[in-house]
Design a protein. Structure first.
Length: 358
């Protein structure tokens, strides 16, 4: 199976293929004149050393390994990659290929977007979250100081290769984080997909999982094709991310995985939507139950942060205007943009109540 995604910058193909080497041979042409630079992290490399050995043999590839974890999404790690690419005399005809989760995809994609004013790259996402979300749509970037994804670009890959075989080694917690992003897109855009998540929670059928991944990617494809630059529709993909990114920042990307922070953010925005009479209790409870079913947190640990600190970080979110903080509120059908003034300190009290924070 495959999907074609249209972009104003570069159209690309998403291949759903368990045999990664076979899929890769369909999207790149091996040649002595081409170089291949594979980027991964130490965890993925340890799990798939045989696969990387096959990459090295088939493509005479260089493999670059970065430390695992969110803190590797940094200019420091990008600089190390620039140095390697310069040493290799890497050119626009060569390929950078990321093999890993969202951190590796975002970091490698950022380097591809910025080195030599843009080089060819392919994403091979190895986590559920990266397969259904971060590898699709072209957003790449790194963190800077305390700011999440503040330096980046929209730079589509040449191709994305999705193999569900990688998911067999995925820890349960990481798998749940991927489900968080699927719940996000399904709750706002696709009730049929949302129902499939209920069925999968009881069956764990591999064929159904492939259907769910394909449907989630297809939903995101439709959204980014309509709105590649966050004009309106694509903002819905930030459901849960305003609070979620702030929690990640304040906990130094340590206490919560990305999908967990987003789950807490979704519940917060759903609570605001219910308070504003924009979301019915029925749909609120459906969301809450689905998050709980997949073992995702719906409350933040109150010992980790204060509402006042959270409010200050919220002011730096990329979706904000000069004077307002932006949230994505779910509706019974669809979503709406909700803004509060950056000087509205009464919102701190609201966060204290809804997040049970000091």
């Amino acid at each position: 199976m495959e999907l074609k995604i249209s972009s104003r910058l570069k159209d690309y193909t998403v291949l759903f293929e368990d045999d990664v080497l076979e899929a890769l041979s369909r999207v790149v042409e091996r040649s002595e004149e081409k170089q291949f630079f594979f980027v991964t992290d130490d965890n993925v490399y340890a799990l798939y050393q045989d696969l990387f050995a096959r990459f090295e043999k088939a493509y005479q590839a260089t493999v670059h390994i970065v430390p695992s974890g969110g803190n590797s999404k940094s200019l420091e790690q990008a600089s190390l990659m620039y140095e390697k690419l310069l040493d290799l005399n890497f050119t626009k005809k060569d390929y950078l290929i990321t093999v890993g989760g969202g951190v590796i995809g975002d970091l490698g994609g950022f380097v591809a977007a910025t080195f030599n004013r843009g080089i060819q790259y392919i994403q091979i996402p190895t986590t559920l979250l990266s397969q259904v979300d971060s590898s699709i749509g072209g957003k790449v970037g790194v963190h800077f100081k305390e700011f999440t994804n503040i330096i980046g670009a929209i730079y589509p890959p040449n191709a994305v290769i999705i193999s569900t075989l990688f998911l067999a080694s995925l820890p349960k917690r990481e798998f749940s984080c991927g489900m968080s992003e699927i719940i996000k897109i399904a709750f706002i855009h696709d009730q049929v997909l949302f129902e499939k998540l209920t069925v999968f929670a009881n069956q764990h059928d591999s064929k159904l999982l492939k259907e769910i991944i394909y449907q989630a990617v297809n939903n995101k494809k439709k959204i980014v094709e309509r709105d590649e630059w966050d004009g309106h529709d694509r903002l819905s993909l930030n459901f849960g991310h305003t609070i979620g990114h702030a929690i990640e920042t304040l906990t130094n990307h340590d206490a919560y995985l990305h999908g967990e922070a987003i789950a807490i953010g979704m519940m917060f925005e759903a609570k605001v939507a219910r308070q504003e009479a924009k979301l019915s209790t029925y749909h609120f409870e459906r969301l809450e139950q689905m998050l709980v079913t997949y073992g995702l947190p719906i409350e933040v640990d109150a010992t980790l942060l204060k509402a006042s600190s959270l409010f200050e970080v919220l002011k730096t979110d990329k979706k904000n205007s000069a004077q307002e903080i932006a949230f994505i509120l779910p509706l019974d059908s669809g979503f709406t943009l909700y803004r509060i003034d950056k000087e509205d300190y009464s919102f701190i009290t609201q966060m204290q109540e809804l997040l049970a924070l000091p």
